[in-house]
Design a protein around this ligand. Structure first.
Ligand code: UN1
Length: 500
């Protein structure tokens, strides 16, 4: 199916978006998919105005009614799962299974948010004063800005948007300039849901602003923005946080990861092998949760590493639209260069590299397919402390679990981690306060592929934000503490007397 008919099926009128500034390419073959108009400061201003007006109307609707819009949007996603999933594959390069999984993740968060629309609970709190009651009320926040990354071009936006909508907010979305088409398609499906919802849905609930960092800056500098939720590199997050700080703009940051797995002597090695390969080479190593560092107990090191080397050599690399291929292309030439530089540095630091070479280059001159790389390292050196967004897995042997955990934690990032062990003491130690310092700490599954029901995010340079499940919704609302006096006296708290 060609791109125009795919987009048409999803309700995108490409003609309306054609212009200069953004070039959408498919990493599958490097070909241009569309040239699109980028937003300007002036158009961002208009979109912010529409979103602000939408917020003022939307916040007046009861939350369960707002949930109905998210329910309808979830229906549109279910109906278009195949097509949108295919577009994700074409634009981001992830294999079909993962493209479909991404849309399923959107559907899941919609379901979650619909239920949540009846559960935006506050507390009642015992007052120390007679005839008084204290309570918390959660109110809609305002216009929520979402900056999303190419690697999960639509699911991570959906985590934010589905919650933002039931919480009574409007959304302005700046997708990655590498994946504008999936954003336009998602917005078109959202418009269909709005049309079915009825006239109480205001215009401007979702505004998409296309462009590079300047568009992000225009968003951040707009006083009407109430929250910026940004996913991407630590470098990007630093720039966002610095720009947000002077006016105390709320931020929700989901930044770099440098995720690890520990394989203990008692581990089920066949499970560990499957988890390693999915977590390290899935999405061609371009998930924020991708497994990047593997610590294997020396007693099982040779056995496990040989199996991983064999799996890496046989895993099928190629066109992500073709069933059976498990590793698609890297997003672009810069990602390829980044990977080669990291491998060179790893060699300089004493690493033994298996794989990592470019393949299919004659067939696709401007696309970057690679055999995933496994690098045996003598120690955790500088290269291992950086996140390289590519399929490189560094492996180290360890003796003591405490040492392995200390090394796992000794990087600036703190997103995802896991341990493979059948020893209860080791498993519990790993998830204890003395164990993993990450926002995600798993036992006997890999660090990637989280479900939406848990809070997602990490510590340290990962930015500290939590998105998707659990009580992440609180980031999208403002809390008011109300103290209500139903007595006919005015006692002061802390026993203070103030008589006049
Ligand atoms: C991301 O890479 O930004 O846990 C998100 C996972 C996915 C989400 C990844 N559910 O791997």
């Amino acid at each position: 199916m060609n791109i125009e008919s795919l987009l048409q099926e999803l309700g995108v009128d490409l003609k309306a978006h054609r212009g200069a500034g953004i070039v959408a390419r498919s990493p599958i073959d490097g070909e241009v998919l569309a040239e699109l108009a980028a937003d300007s400061k002036a158009s961002v201003d208009l979109k912010m105005a529409r979103a602000q007006a939408a917020f003022q109307a939307w916040r007046q609707l009861p939350a369960p009614r707002r949930g109905e819009l998210v329910r309808l949007f979830g229906e549109e996603l279910r109906r278009h799962k195949e097509v949108l999933g295919q577009l994700v594959t074409i634009e981001a390069g992830k294999i079909r299974q993962e493209g479909l999984g991404e849309v399923q993740e959107m559907i899941d968060i919609c379901d979650f948010a619909v239920g949540l629309s009846r559960q935006l609970y506050g507390l009642t709190i015992a007052s120390e004063r007679p005839g008084h009651r204290m309570m918390e009320t959660w109110h809609p926040l305002g216009v929520v800005g979402v900056i999303s990354a190419f690697n999960f071009p639509v699911a991570v936006w959906a985590w934010n948007a589905a919650l933002a909508y039931v919480c009574g907010n409007s959304v302005v979305w700046k997708p990655s300039e590498k994946t504008p088409l999936t954003a336009l398609a998602t917005a078109a499906l959202f418009r269909r849901a709005v049309a079915r919802f009825g006239s109480d849905a205001p215009d401007g609930l979702l505004e998409v602003a296309l462009g590079d960092a300047q568009v992000g800056e225009a968003l951040l500098d707009d006083g009407r923005l109430a929250l910026i939720s940004a996913t991407g590199s630590t470098r990007m997050g630093r720039a966002v946080a610095a720009r947000a700080a002077p006016r105390f703009l709320r931020t929700l940051l989901e930044l770099g990861g440098n995720n690890a797995m520990i394989v203990a002597p008692s581990a089920d090695l066949s499970l560990a092998l499957r988890a390693i390969v999915f977590a390290a080479v899935g999405t061609a190593g371009q998930r924020c949760t991708t497994l990047r560092r593997l610590f294997v107990h020396h007693s099982v090191y040779a056995q496990l590493v040989n199996k991983v080397v064999a799996a890496y050599a046989s895993v099928r690399v190629g066109d992500p639209l073709v069933e059976g291929n498990l590793v698609g292309p890297l997003i672009d030439a810069a990602a390829f260069k980044g990977m080669q530089n990291a491998l060179d540095q790893a060699r300089d630091e004493g690493g033994k590299v298996h794989g990592g070479e470019r393949v299919l280059a004659q067939m696709h001159e401007s696309a970057y397919y690679l055999r995933p790389a496994l690098v045996e390292m003598p120690a955790q050196s500088a290269v291992m402390c950086h996140e390289t967004f590519a399929p490189i897995l560094y492996v180290l042997a360890y003796d003591q679990l405490e040492d392995a955990i200390a090394q796992q934690n000794a990087v600036p990032q703190g997103l995802a981690s896991s341990i493979f062990t059948t020893d209860l003491r080791e498993a519990e130690f790993f998830v204890s306060a003395q164990g993993s310092d990450c926002g995600i700490a798993n036992v006997n599954i890999g660090p990637s592929g989280a479900e939406i029901g848990g809070a997602f995010g990490g510590e340290k340079e990962t930015g500290g934000g939590r998105e998707s499940g659990s009580d992440a919704w609180k980031a999208y609302m403002r809390r008011a503490t109300n103290t209500i006096n139903y007595s006919s006296a005015l006692p002061l708290a802390q026993g203070i007397r103030f008589d006049f």
